[in-house]
Design a protein around this ligand. Structure first.
Ligand code: EPZ
Length: 420
Protein backbone atom coordinates (compact mmCIF):
# COMPACT_ATOMS: atom_id res chain seq x y z
CA UNK A 1 0.00 0.00 0.00
CA UNK A 2 1.32 3.47 -0.80
CA UNK A 3 2.37 5.83 1.97
CA UNK A 4 3.24 9.49 2.26
CA UNK A 5 6.51 10.27 4.06
CA UNK A 6 6.53 13.82 5.42
CA UNK A 7 9.65 15.36 6.94
CA UNK A 8 8.51 18.02 9.39
CA UNK A 9 10.32 21.33 9.60
CA UNK A 10 10.04 24.91 10.80
CA UNK A 11 10.33 26.14 7.24
CA UNK A 12 7.34 28.29 6.24
CA UNK A 13 5.32 27.47 3.11
CA UNK A 14 5.82 30.02 0.34
CA UNK A 15 4.55 30.25 -3.21
CA UNK A 16 1.57 29.71 -5.50
CA UNK A 17 -0.89 26.80 -5.59
CA UNK A 18 -3.54 26.08 -8.23
CA UNK A 19 -6.81 24.82 -6.76
CA UNK A 20 -8.50 21.92 -8.59
CA UNK A 21 -12.17 21.54 -9.44
CA UNK A 22 -14.41 20.41 -6.58
CA UNK A 23 -14.81 16.63 -6.13
CA UNK A 24 -18.25 17.15 -4.59
CA UNK A 25 -19.43 19.14 -7.59
CA UNK A 26 -17.83 16.91 -10.23
CA UNK A 27 -19.47 13.70 -8.97
CA UNK A 28 -23.14 14.85 -9.14
CA UNK A 29 -22.54 16.77 -12.39
CA UNK A 30 -21.06 13.67 -14.04
CA UNK A 31 -24.19 11.74 -13.00
CA UNK A 32 -26.35 14.53 -14.48
CA UNK A 33 -25.16 13.34 -17.92
CA UNK A 34 -27.67 10.48 -17.46
CA UNK A 35 -30.47 13.04 -17.88
CA UNK A 36 -29.73 13.64 -21.57
CA UNK A 37 -28.89 11.71 -24.75
CA UNK A 38 -26.48 14.48 -25.71
CA UNK A 39 -22.88 14.96 -24.59
CA UNK A 40 -21.91 16.78 -21.40
CA UNK A 41 -18.51 18.48 -21.92
CA UNK A 42 -16.91 19.05 -18.51
CA UNK A 43 -13.76 21.06 -17.78
CA UNK A 44 -11.80 21.80 -14.58
CA UNK A 45 -12.56 18.22 -13.49
CA UNK A 46 -10.17 16.98 -10.76
CA UNK A 47 -8.46 13.69 -11.72
CA UNK A 48 -9.29 11.83 -8.49
CA UNK A 49 -10.06 8.21 -7.59
CA UNK A 50 -13.73 9.08 -7.04
CA UNK A 51 -13.93 10.69 -10.49
CA UNK A 52 -12.39 7.55 -12.04
CA UNK A 53 -14.86 5.41 -10.09
CA UNK A 54 -17.79 7.50 -11.39
CA UNK A 55 -16.47 7.10 -14.95
CA UNK A 56 -16.42 3.30 -14.45
CA UNK A 57 -19.91 3.34 -12.94
CA UNK A 58 -21.34 5.26 -15.93
CA UNK A 59 -19.35 3.28 -18.51
CA UNK A 60 -20.65 0.01 -17.00
CA UNK A 61 -24.15 1.29 -17.76
CA UNK A 62 -23.25 2.03 -21.38
CA UNK A 63 -22.11 5.65 -21.25
CA UNK A 64 -19.43 6.73 -23.74
CA UNK A 65 -16.69 8.62 -21.92
CA UNK A 66 -13.72 10.50 -23.38
CA UNK A 67 -11.17 12.23 -21.21
CA UNK A 68 -7.88 14.04 -21.69
CA UNK A 69 -6.59 12.72 -18.37
CA UNK A 70 -5.87 16.26 -17.19
CA UNK A 71 -9.13 18.07 -16.52
CA UNK A 72 -11.62 17.48 -19.36
CA UNK A 73 -14.24 14.74 -19.45
CA UNK A 74 -16.96 14.29 -22.13
CA UNK A 75 -19.83 11.99 -21.13
CA UNK A 76 -22.57 10.78 -23.51
CA UNK A 77 -25.43 8.68 -22.06
CA UNK A 78 -27.27 8.16 -25.35
CA UNK A 79 -26.97 4.37 -25.17
CA UNK A 80 -27.52 3.34 -21.56
CA UNK A 81 -28.35 -0.37 -21.54
CA UNK A 82 -27.80 -1.39 -17.92
CA UNK A 83 -29.75 0.39 -15.20
CA UNK A 84 -27.80 -1.03 -12.27
CA UNK A 85 -25.16 0.53 -10.00
CA UNK A 86 -23.49 -2.59 -8.64
CA UNK A 87 -22.35 -3.19 -5.06
CA UNK A 88 -18.66 -3.74 -5.88
CA UNK A 89 -18.40 -0.16 -7.15
CA UNK A 90 -20.92 1.50 -4.84
CA UNK A 91 -19.17 0.09 -1.75
CA UNK A 92 -16.01 2.01 -2.78
CA UNK A 93 -17.84 5.29 -3.29
CA UNK A 94 -21.09 6.22 -1.55
CA UNK A 95 -21.69 9.05 -3.99
CA UNK A 96 -22.72 6.35 -6.51
CA UNK A 97 -26.19 6.90 -5.05
CA UNK A 98 -26.28 10.00 -7.28
CA UNK A 99 -27.17 7.88 -10.33
CA UNK A 100 -30.50 6.93 -8.75
CA UNK A 101 -32.43 10.16 -9.37
CA UNK A 102 -31.30 10.84 -12.95
CA UNK A 103 -31.59 7.19 -14.04
CA UNK A 104 -35.14 6.91 -12.65
CA UNK A 105 -36.16 10.24 -14.20
CA UNK A 106 -34.88 9.45 -17.70
CA UNK A 107 -35.39 5.67 -17.97
CA UNK A 108 -38.15 4.98 -15.44
CA UNK A 109 -36.08 2.36 -13.68
CA UNK A 110 -32.94 2.00 -11.56
CA UNK A 111 -31.29 -0.59 -9.34
CA UNK A 112 -28.70 0.96 -7.07
CA UNK A 113 -26.85 -0.90 -4.33
CA UNK A 114 -27.44 0.59 -0.90
CA UNK A 115 -24.17 2.39 -0.21
CA UNK A 116 -23.87 1.13 3.34
CA UNK A 117 -22.07 3.08 6.00
CA UNK A 118 -18.55 4.37 5.92
CA UNK A 119 -15.90 5.28 8.46
CA UNK A 120 -17.52 8.58 9.45
CA UNK A 121 -21.05 7.40 9.97
CA UNK A 122 -24.07 5.30 9.02
CA UNK A 123 -24.80 7.63 6.09
CA UNK A 124 -28.51 6.76 5.55
CA UNK A 125 -30.22 7.51 2.22
CA UNK A 126 -33.81 7.41 3.52
CA UNK A 127 -34.49 10.98 2.40
CA UNK A 128 -33.35 10.23 -1.17
CA UNK A 129 -35.87 7.37 -1.22
CA UNK A 130 -38.70 9.28 0.50
CA UNK A 131 -38.31 12.18 -1.93
CA UNK A 132 -38.48 9.93 -5.00
CA UNK A 133 -41.49 8.10 -3.55
CA UNK A 134 -43.16 11.50 -3.05
CA UNK A 135 -42.60 12.02 -6.80
CA UNK A 136 -44.46 8.78 -7.48
CA UNK A 137 -41.62 6.28 -7.68
CA UNK A 138 -42.31 2.69 -6.67
CA UNK A 139 -39.27 1.73 -4.57
CA UNK A 140 -38.42 -1.45 -2.69
CA UNK A 141 -35.23 -2.56 -0.95
CA UNK A 142 -34.24 -6.11 -1.86
CA UNK A 143 -30.99 -7.99 -1.26
CA UNK A 144 -29.14 -4.75 -0.46
CA UNK A 145 -30.39 -2.98 -3.57
CA UNK A 146 -32.74 -0.02 -4.02
CA UNK A 147 -35.08 -1.13 -6.83
CA UNK A 148 -36.99 1.83 -8.26
CA UNK A 149 -39.58 2.14 -11.02
CA UNK A 150 -41.68 5.06 -12.28
CA UNK A 151 -43.61 5.61 -15.52
CA UNK A 152 -42.95 9.33 -15.20
CA UNK A 153 -42.07 11.11 -11.96
CA UNK A 154 -44.52 13.79 -10.92
CA UNK A 155 -43.57 17.15 -9.46
CA UNK A 156 -44.43 17.59 -5.78
CA UNK A 157 -43.59 19.64 -2.70
CA UNK A 158 -41.14 17.76 -0.45
CA UNK A 159 -39.77 18.94 2.88
CA UNK A 160 -36.39 17.35 3.67
CA UNK A 161 -36.23 16.16 7.31
CA UNK A 162 -32.49 16.82 7.37
CA UNK A 163 -30.32 19.04 5.18
CA UNK A 164 -28.75 16.49 2.86
CA UNK A 165 -26.30 17.49 0.10
CA UNK A 166 -26.57 14.43 -2.15
CA UNK A 167 -30.23 14.01 -1.21
CA UNK A 168 -30.94 17.51 -2.53
CA UNK A 169 -28.84 16.77 -5.63
CA UNK A 170 -30.60 13.46 -6.37
CA UNK A 171 -34.06 15.00 -6.04
CA UNK A 172 -33.15 18.13 -8.02
CA UNK A 173 -31.91 15.95 -10.91
CA UNK A 174 -35.01 13.73 -10.74
CA UNK A 175 -37.30 16.78 -10.70
CA UNK A 176 -35.61 18.22 -13.80
CA UNK A 177 -37.43 15.64 -15.98
CA UNK A 178 -40.55 15.17 -13.84
CA UNK A 179 -44.07 16.14 -14.96
CA UNK A 180 -44.86 19.50 -13.34
CA UNK A 181 -43.18 21.59 -10.67
CA UNK A 182 -41.25 20.28 -7.67
CA UNK A 183 -40.57 22.40 -4.60
CA UNK A 184 -37.77 21.12 -2.32
CA UNK A 185 -37.91 22.70 1.15
CA UNK A 186 -34.99 22.63 3.62
CA UNK A 187 -32.73 21.99 0.62
CA UNK A 188 -28.93 22.00 0.97
CA UNK A 189 -27.29 25.29 -0.08
CA UNK A 190 -23.70 24.03 -0.53
CA UNK A 191 -21.90 25.66 -3.50
CA UNK A 192 -21.56 22.22 -5.08
CA UNK A 193 -25.37 21.87 -5.08
CA UNK A 194 -25.62 25.27 -6.78
CA UNK A 195 -22.94 24.31 -9.31
CA UNK A 196 -24.98 21.22 -10.23
CA UNK A 197 -28.05 23.43 -10.53
CA UNK A 198 -26.23 25.86 -12.84
CA UNK A 199 -25.14 22.94 -15.04
CA UNK A 200 -28.72 21.59 -15.16
CA UNK A 201 -30.00 25.04 -16.18
CA UNK A 202 -27.45 25.08 -19.01
CA UNK A 203 -28.87 21.66 -20.02
CA UNK A 204 -32.32 23.27 -20.29
CA UNK A 205 -33.68 22.69 -16.80
CA UNK A 206 -35.82 25.38 -15.16
CA UNK A 207 -34.58 25.86 -11.57
CA UNK A 208 -34.91 28.82 -9.20
CA UNK A 209 -33.79 29.28 -5.59
CA UNK A 210 -30.24 27.91 -5.91
CA UNK A 211 -28.31 28.84 -2.76
CA UNK A 212 -31.53 29.15 -0.73
CA UNK A 213 -33.38 26.52 1.34
CA UNK A 214 -36.24 26.40 -1.21
CA UNK A 215 -35.61 25.02 -4.70
CA UNK A 216 -38.31 25.21 -7.41
CA UNK A 217 -37.79 22.92 -10.41
CA UNK A 218 -40.19 22.94 -13.39
CA UNK A 219 -39.83 19.52 -15.05
CA UNK A 220 -39.00 19.31 -18.79
CA UNK A 221 -39.57 16.61 -21.41
CA UNK A 222 -35.92 16.53 -22.38
CA UNK A 223 -32.57 18.07 -21.48
CA UNK A 224 -29.75 18.76 -23.96
CA UNK A 225 -25.97 18.55 -23.67
CA UNK A 226 -23.84 21.52 -22.63
CA UNK A 227 -20.38 22.64 -21.60
CA UNK A 228 -19.62 23.28 -17.92
CA UNK A 229 -16.55 24.12 -15.87
CA UNK A 230 -16.57 22.57 -12.38
CA UNK A 231 -16.43 25.08 -9.50
CA UNK A 232 -13.18 25.31 -7.51
CA UNK A 233 -12.75 22.99 -4.52
CA UNK A 234 -13.30 25.07 -1.37
CA UNK A 235 -12.23 22.16 0.83
CA UNK A 236 -8.90 21.66 -0.94
CA UNK A 237 -8.28 25.43 -0.66
CA UNK A 238 -9.24 25.39 3.02
CA UNK A 239 -6.95 22.42 3.64
CA UNK A 240 -3.93 24.25 2.17
CA UNK A 241 -4.76 27.38 4.20
CA UNK A 242 -4.85 25.30 7.40
CA UNK A 243 -1.42 23.96 6.45
CA UNK A 244 -0.22 27.57 6.07
CA UNK A 245 -1.70 28.49 9.45
CA UNK A 246 0.47 25.75 10.97
CA UNK A 247 3.72 26.30 9.02
CA UNK A 248 3.46 30.11 8.69
CA UNK A 249 4.54 31.76 5.42
CA UNK A 250 2.71 33.18 2.42
CA UNK A 251 0.57 31.41 -0.19
CA UNK A 252 -1.27 32.62 -3.28
CA UNK A 253 -4.11 30.23 -4.17
CA UNK A 254 -5.19 30.54 -7.83
CA UNK A 255 -8.36 29.21 -9.55
CA UNK A 256 -10.02 29.42 -6.12
CA UNK A 257 -13.60 30.39 -5.20
CA UNK A 258 -13.25 32.62 -2.10
CA UNK A 259 -16.95 33.58 -2.27
CA UNK A 260 -17.78 29.99 -1.22
CA UNK A 261 -15.47 30.03 1.80
CA UNK A 262 -16.69 32.78 4.16
CA UNK A 263 -17.03 30.59 7.27
CA UNK A 264 -13.57 29.05 6.78
CA UNK A 265 -11.83 32.33 5.91
CA UNK A 266 -13.44 34.00 8.96
CA UNK A 267 -12.06 31.28 11.24
CA UNK A 268 -8.58 31.54 9.70
CA UNK A 269 -8.68 35.32 10.20
CA UNK A 270 -9.66 34.71 13.83
CA UNK A 271 -6.62 32.38 14.08
CA UNK A 272 -4.44 35.32 13.00
CA UNK A 273 -4.07 34.84 9.23
CA UNK A 274 -4.06 37.94 7.02
CA UNK A 275 -6.19 37.17 3.94
CA UNK A 276 -6.87 39.15 0.79
CA UNK A 277 -9.22 37.81 -1.91
CA UNK A 278 -10.01 38.54 -5.55
CA UNK A 279 -12.65 36.91 -7.78
CA UNK A 280 -10.66 33.69 -8.19
CA UNK A 281 -7.63 34.04 -5.92
CA UNK A 282 -6.74 34.10 -2.22
CA UNK A 283 -3.53 35.71 -0.91
CA UNK A 284 -2.78 34.52 2.65
CA UNK A 285 -0.03 35.52 5.06
CA UNK A 286 0.67 33.87 8.44
CA UNK A 287 3.43 35.34 10.53
CA UNK A 288 2.94 33.70 13.93
CA UNK A 289 1.62 30.67 15.81
CA UNK A 290 -2.15 30.37 15.23
CA UNK A 291 -4.64 31.34 17.91
CA UNK A 292 -6.92 28.45 18.92
CA UNK A 293 -10.41 28.77 17.40
CA UNK A 294 -13.68 27.07 18.42
CA UNK A 295 -15.53 25.18 15.66
CA UNK A 296 -19.17 24.05 15.30
CA UNK A 297 -19.91 22.21 12.05
CA UNK A 298 -23.25 22.80 10.32
CA UNK A 299 -24.75 22.93 6.81
CA UNK A 300 -23.63 25.70 4.42
CA UNK A 301 -23.12 28.61 4.78
CA UNK A 302 -22.01 27.65 8.31
CA UNK A 303 -18.68 25.95 9.01
CA UNK A 304 -18.26 22.81 6.83
CA UNK A 305 -17.82 19.37 8.43
CA UNK A 306 -15.29 18.60 5.67
CA UNK A 307 -12.92 21.17 7.23
CA UNK A 308 -13.28 19.93 10.83
CA UNK A 309 -10.30 17.55 10.87
CA UNK A 310 -7.98 20.10 9.26
CA UNK A 311 -8.84 22.76 11.88
CA UNK A 312 -8.36 20.13 14.59
CA UNK A 313 -4.79 19.71 13.32
CA UNK A 314 -4.26 23.48 13.38
CA UNK A 315 -5.67 23.74 16.92
CA UNK A 316 -3.25 21.01 18.06
CA UNK A 317 -0.33 23.45 17.84
CA UNK A 318 -2.30 26.70 18.42
CA UNK A 319 -2.01 29.18 21.26
CA UNK A 320 -4.59 28.18 23.86
CA UNK A 321 -7.40 25.65 24.13
CA UNK A 322 -10.39 25.15 21.83
CA UNK A 323 -13.51 23.05 21.42
CA UNK A 324 -14.62 21.40 18.18
CA UNK A 325 -18.23 20.19 17.89
CA UNK A 326 -19.10 17.84 15.02
CA UNK A 327 -22.84 18.16 14.43
CA UNK A 328 -23.18 16.43 11.05
CA UNK A 329 -21.62 12.95 11.32
CA UNK A 330 -21.64 10.68 14.34
CA UNK A 331 -18.15 9.25 13.96
CA UNK A 332 -15.95 11.92 12.44
CA UNK A 333 -13.27 12.07 15.17
CA UNK A 334 -11.10 9.14 14.06
CA UNK A 335 -8.18 11.48 13.40
CA UNK A 336 -8.02 12.24 17.15
CA UNK A 337 -6.19 9.06 18.27
CA UNK A 338 -3.77 9.44 15.35
CA UNK A 339 -3.07 13.11 16.16
CA UNK A 340 -2.61 12.19 19.83
CA UNK A 341 0.01 9.64 18.74
CA UNK A 342 1.85 12.64 17.28
CA UNK A 343 1.84 14.33 20.68
CA UNK A 344 -1.40 16.31 20.44
CA UNK A 345 -3.52 16.82 23.55
CA UNK A 346 -7.11 16.13 22.50
CA UNK A 347 -9.96 14.64 24.48
CA UNK A 348 -13.51 14.09 23.23
CA UNK A 349 -16.84 13.06 24.57
CA UNK A 350 -19.68 12.49 22.11
CA UNK A 351 -19.87 15.33 19.59
CA UNK A 352 -17.37 17.68 21.24
CA UNK A 353 -13.58 17.52 21.33
CA UNK A 354 -11.36 19.70 23.51
CA UNK A 355 -7.93 20.55 22.14
CA UNK A 356 -5.11 22.00 24.24
CA UNK A 357 -2.46 23.54 21.99
CA UNK A 358 1.04 22.06 22.40
CA UNK A 359 4.25 23.72 21.26
CA UNK A 360 5.39 20.85 19.05
CA UNK A 361 4.10 17.60 17.54
CA UNK A 362 6.36 14.63 16.94
CA UNK A 363 6.49 12.62 13.72
CA UNK A 364 4.98 9.12 13.87
CA UNK A 365 3.59 6.35 11.71
CA UNK A 366 -0.14 7.08 11.50
CA UNK A 367 -3.09 5.57 9.68
CA UNK A 368 -5.54 7.37 7.44
CA UNK A 369 -9.14 6.37 8.15
CA UNK A 370 -11.14 8.66 5.90
CA UNK A 371 -10.52 11.37 3.36
CA UNK A 372 -10.38 14.49 5.51
CA UNK A 373 -8.80 12.72 8.50
CA UNK A 374 -5.95 11.78 6.14
CA UNK A 375 -5.53 15.43 5.18
CA UNK A 376 -5.31 16.47 8.84
CA UNK A 377 -2.48 13.96 9.41
CA UNK A 378 -0.56 15.21 6.37
CA UNK A 379 -0.68 18.84 7.47
CA UNK A 380 0.20 17.88 11.04
CA UNK A 381 3.25 16.06 9.65
CA UNK A 382 4.46 19.27 8.00
CA UNK A 383 5.28 20.80 11.40
CA UNK A 384 6.01 17.67 13.46
CA UNK A 385 9.52 16.88 14.65
CA UNK A 386 10.99 14.15 12.46
CA UNK A 387 9.21 12.03 9.87
CA UNK A 388 5.50 11.25 9.72
CA UNK A 389 4.42 8.25 7.68
CA UNK A 390 0.76 8.31 6.64
CA UNK A 391 -0.47 4.88 5.64
CA UNK A 392 -3.54 3.91 3.53
CA UNK A 393 -3.32 7.09 1.46
CA UNK A 394 -5.86 5.72 -1.02
CA UNK A 395 -8.29 7.61 1.21
CA UNK A 396 -6.42 10.81 0.40
CA UNK A 397 -6.31 10.14 -3.34
CA UNK A 398 -10.10 10.07 -3.41
CA UNK A 399 -10.29 13.79 -2.82
CA UNK A 400 -6.91 15.48 -3.31
CA UNK A 401 -5.19 15.78 -6.71
CA UNK A 402 -1.38 15.41 -6.47
CA UNK A 403 -1.32 16.71 -2.87
CA UNK A 404 2.35 15.85 -2.37
CA UNK A 405 3.34 17.70 -5.56
CA UNK A 406 1.27 20.77 -4.72
CA UNK A 407 2.64 20.98 -1.15
CA UNK A 408 6.16 20.09 -2.33
CA UNK A 409 6.09 23.02 -4.79
CA UNK A 410 5.64 25.47 -1.91
CA UNK A 411 8.39 24.05 0.31
CA UNK A 412 7.06 20.93 2.06
CA UNK A 413 9.28 17.84 2.19
CA UNK A 414 6.80 15.13 1.27
CA UNK A 415 7.09 12.06 -0.92
CA UNK A 416 4.95 9.14 -1.99
CA UNK A 417 6.48 5.76 -1.19
CA UNK A 418 5.38 2.24 -2.17
CA UNK A 419 4.25 0.98 1.23
CA UNK A 420 6.03 -1.59 3.42
C1 EPZ B 1 -21.94 15.16 1.16
O1 EPZ B 1 -22.19 13.88 1.69
C2 EPZ B 1 -20.46 15.20 0.82
N1 EPZ B 1 -20.18 14.19 -0.21
C3 EPZ B 1 -19.63 14.94 2.07
O2 EPZ B 1 -18.27 15.07 1.71
C4 EPZ B 1 -19.98 16.02 3.10
O3 EPZ B 1 -19.26 15.76 4.28
C5 EPZ B 1 -21.48 16.00 3.37
O4 EPZ B 1 -22.22 16.17 2.14
C6 EPZ B 1 -21.92 17.11 4.33
O5 EPZ B 1 -21.55 18.34 3.79
C7 EPZ B 1 -20.49 14.47 -1.49
O6 EPZ B 1 -21.02 15.53 -1.81
C8 EPZ B 1 -20.14 13.41 -2.50
P1 EPZ B 1 -25.50 14.52 3.73
P2 EPZ B 1 -23.73 13.39 1.91
O7 EPZ B 1 -26.52 13.70 3.04
O8 EPZ B 1 -24.60 14.02 0.89
C9 EPZ B 1 -28.13 12.80 7.22
C10 EPZ B 1 -16.01 14.50 1.67
O9 EPZ B 1 -15.17 14.41 2.56
N2 EPZ B 1 -28.93 12.14 6.16
O10 EPZ B 1 -25.49 15.99 3.49
O11 EPZ B 1 -23.70 11.90 1.98
C11 EPZ B 1 -26.73 12.18 7.36
O12 EPZ B 1 -26.76 11.07 8.22
C12 EPZ B 1 -17.39 13.94 1.88
O13 EPZ B 1 -15.82 15.05 0.56
C13 EPZ B 1 -30.08 11.44 6.52
O14 EPZ B 1 -30.42 11.33 7.69
O15 EPZ B 1 -24.05 13.97 3.32
C14 EPZ B 1 -25.92 13.32 7.93
O16 EPZ B 1 -26.07 13.35 9.34
C15 EPZ B 1 -17.52 13.25 3.22
N3 EPZ B 1 -30.80 10.83 5.54
C16 EPZ B 1 -26.58 14.56 7.35
O17 EPZ B 1 -27.85 14.15 6.84
C17 EPZ B 1 -30.47 10.93 4.22
O18 EPZ B 1 -31.19 10.39 3.36
C18 EPZ B 1 -25.81 15.21 6.21
O19 EPZ B 1 -25.53 14.19 5.27
C19 EPZ B 1 -29.30 11.65 3.89
C20 EPZ B 1 -28.54 12.25 4.87
Amino acid sequence: MEQLHIIGSDRPLKGEMVISGAKNAALPIMCAALLSDETLHLSNVPMLRDVATTCRLLADMGAKIEQDGVSQIDICCKEINDFRAKYDLVKTMRASILVLGPMLARFGQAQVSLPGGCAIGSRPVDLHIKGLQAMGADICIEHGYIKAKADRLKGCRFVMDAVTVTGTENLMMAAALADGETVLENAAMEPEVSDLGECLIKMGAEITGLGTPTLRIKGKEKLHGTRHAIIADRIEAGTFLCALAMTRGQLLLKNAAPHTMDAVLDKLTEAGMVIECGKDWIAADMQHRPNAVNIHTAPYPAFPTDMQAQFMAMNCIANGASTITENIFENRFMHIPELNRMGADIMFNGKTATVKGVSKLSGAKVMATDLRASASLVIAGLVADGTTIVDRIYHLDRGYEHIETKLGNVGAEIKRVKGG
